[in-house]
Design a protein around this ligand. Structure first.
Ligand SMILES: [Fe+2]
Ligand SMILES: [Fe+2]
Length: 207
């Protein structure tokens, strides 16, 4: 495909060029869904010593959430919550939360971000850690939702005999959620680096 932009450095780029770039990025939702699906499928077979692999665990978590009537964005969050198990094993919650953040509510983003520590309520005591570590987040708006996410769906989704819905059943939901206008329902600061907070909503100023 012929490039619509010709700048050699960003300093010499034009507003028209950035408009073309923005259109290209926001119009490529289908390709993004494909990449997310490929990443999810790449978890197949990597057991990580768990009873089922992370791919099956994601399907099972999403199925349980769906069957309990969870909001569609939470079902999608359940499907993707461990997508970073291999790419970012030490902070996989942040990895998944970063992918989802532009397209889900602050609450759903908080659930994904907190799930790694909140899941610990169900096993940290078995590895010599404090299972109540999540208590440091008392008062967080997503506390109750994250606790429920883990208790009802995530920690319960390692059952080898459970029949999860196929990935294809979730694909339309994935397209709908990742097809939302980015940051539409996002009210929290988009970037918070050591206290330097920036809210990059369109037209908004850094705060
Ligand atoms: Fe996780
Ligand atoms: Fe999980």
């Amino acid at each position: 495909m012929e490039a619509l932009t010709t700048f050699r450095s960003m300093d010499e780029s034009t507003g028209e060029e950035w408009a073309a770039i923005a259109k290209s990025v926001s119009g490529d939702n289908g390709a993004m869904v494909d990449r997310v699906l490929t990443m999810l499928k790449s978890l197949q077979g990597s057991s990580l010593c768990m009873p089922i692999d992370p791919y099956e665990h994601c399907l099972q978590t999403a199925t349980r959430a769906f069957k309990d009537g969870a909001d569609e964005e939470i079902v999608v969050c359940a499907l993707l919550h461990d997508i970073g198990d291999l790419m970012a094993p030490q902070n996989h919650a942040e990895f998944a939360a970063a992918i989802l953040r532009p397209y889900v509510s602050d609450m759903a983003h908080g659930v994904v971000l907190l799930h790694e520590i909140f899941q610990g309520y169900h096993y940290f005591d078995k590895v010599g850690l404090d299972r109540n570590l999540r208590d440091r987040f008392r008062g967080h708006p997503a506390f109750a939702a994250a606790a429920e996410f883990c208790a009802s769906w995530d920690q319960a989704a390692f059952d080898r005999s459970y029949e999860a819905m196929p990935l294809a059943a979730f694909e339309p939901m994935l397209h709908r959620v990742l097809g939302r206008p980015p940051y539409e329902g996002n009210t929290t600061d988009r970037v918070d680096f050591w206290g330097f907070r920036i809210n990059m909503t369109p037209g908004g100023a850094a705060a």
